[in-house]
Write a protein that binds this ligand. Structure first.
Ligand SMILES: Nc1nc2c(ncn2[C@@H]2O[C@H](COP(=O)(O)OP(=O)(O)OP(=O)(O)O)[C@@H](O)[C@H]2O)c(=O)[nH]1
Ligand SMILES: [Zn+2]
Length: 293
């Protein structure tokens, strides 16, 4: 038997692309794996059988340590959330949604603020940025124009599988290019090297640069907190951590309930007002979508 282990970097209808020792192979999937409920995901470690040189065959999936849906991806070490400070102006509403969902998944989060070259010292964005710095998450400021902060960024994703996410126009592609300006070139090489005719790969794809892996996952920008309950939002919202536990009721949604520790912390400015305002808006939106009210 000639087995090798690799990581799935792209999934198509009837085959997957697997990276094994710096090489990319398109592999067929063993029949019984196709019908399993736990389908192969990007990020999966798989065992590939090379007994037939032309058609390497994925024999089994190794156990996952986590998995996300929409986009589907397995074995994620950390999430890099990219937000621009200006152009477009930092959207705390979107950022807070992303933080809520990733807190819920217990993922390590790193905040990346781009376009620092466009922001003056007296810009009002700094008030919000300070509030994010108080969340005790790693924060990296970068400029893709002046190439500031890029070395710091390289360090955080070394030896990790990181998801890069953020809304349109915040500078995700520019950031990937700052990390490695050959990236675009050789990702094109990969897709043209697969001569299996027309195929539709899912949008999630892994890129290897320096000593890390980055997943490009456009799907997160439109997420609507699927899969979470209102209590999940109330307990995973950024800046509420370690405070909501003091609410009188375990099911407190921090609205009209008596003895709410979150509302008290907002009144005492321990939690910044904009966090609570965003939270209320997100809850209203969530209830509308779920037809609860
Ligand atoms: N001044 C300045 N402009 C930047 C910076 N980063 C990105 N930009 C510009 O912002 C615009 C959007 O950047 P992209 O990298 O395409 O953003 P994106 O997040 O990949 O956008 P989508 O592909 O739509 O998701 C481009 O015009 C970039 O040149 C930065 O650090 N400073
Ligand atoms: Zn409460």
């Amino acid at each position: 038997m000639n087995f090798k282990q690799g990581i799935v970097i792209g999934v198509a209808n009837n085959f997957v692309e697997v990276r094994i020792e710096n090489q990319i192979y398109s592999c067929l999937i063993k029949g019984n794996l196709k019908f399993q409920t736990a389908k192969i995901l990007v990020g999966d470690y798989v065992k590939v059988n090379f007994k037939d040189d032309k058609n390497p065959l994925v024999e089994s999936i190794l156990p996952r340590f986590n998995e996300l849906y929409r986009p589907s991806i397995a074995n994620v070490d950390q999430v890099l959330i990219v937000s621009s400070l200006v152009n477009p102006f930092l959207s705390s509403f979107l950022l807070n949604k992303l933080l809520t969902i990733f807190n819920y998944y217990h993922l390590k989060i790193i905040l990346i603020f781009t376009k620092i070259d466009l922001v003056t010292k007296d810009n009002e964005v700094w008030t919000k940025v300070k509030a994010y710095q108080n969340l005790n998450l790693p924060v990296i400021f970068i400029s893709n124009v002046k190439k500031n902060g890029i070395e710091d960024l390289k360090k955080v994703f070394t030896n990790k599988l990181s998801i890069l996410t953020g809304t349109s126009g915040v500078g995700k592609s520019s950031t990937l290019n700052s990390l490695d300006n050959n990236l675009k070139l050789w990702t094109q090489d990969i897709s043209t090297s697969l001569n299996r005719g027309k195929h539709t790969t899912t949008k999630t794809r892994l890129y290897f640069l320096h000593d890390g892996i980055i997943a490009d996952t456009p799907g997160f920008s439109v997420f609507q907190l699927q899969g979470l309950s209102s209590i999940d939002i109330a307990t995973n919202f950024p800046s509420f951590t370690n405070i909501w536990q003091n609410c009188k009721f375990r099911t407190c949604l921090h609205q009209q309930e008596p003895e709410c520790a979150i509302k008290k912390a907002v009144a005492n400015k321990i939690i910044s007002g904009f966090f609570y305002e965003d939270y209320c808006k997100i809850l209203i939106e969530f209830n509308k979508i779920n037809n609860l009210k």
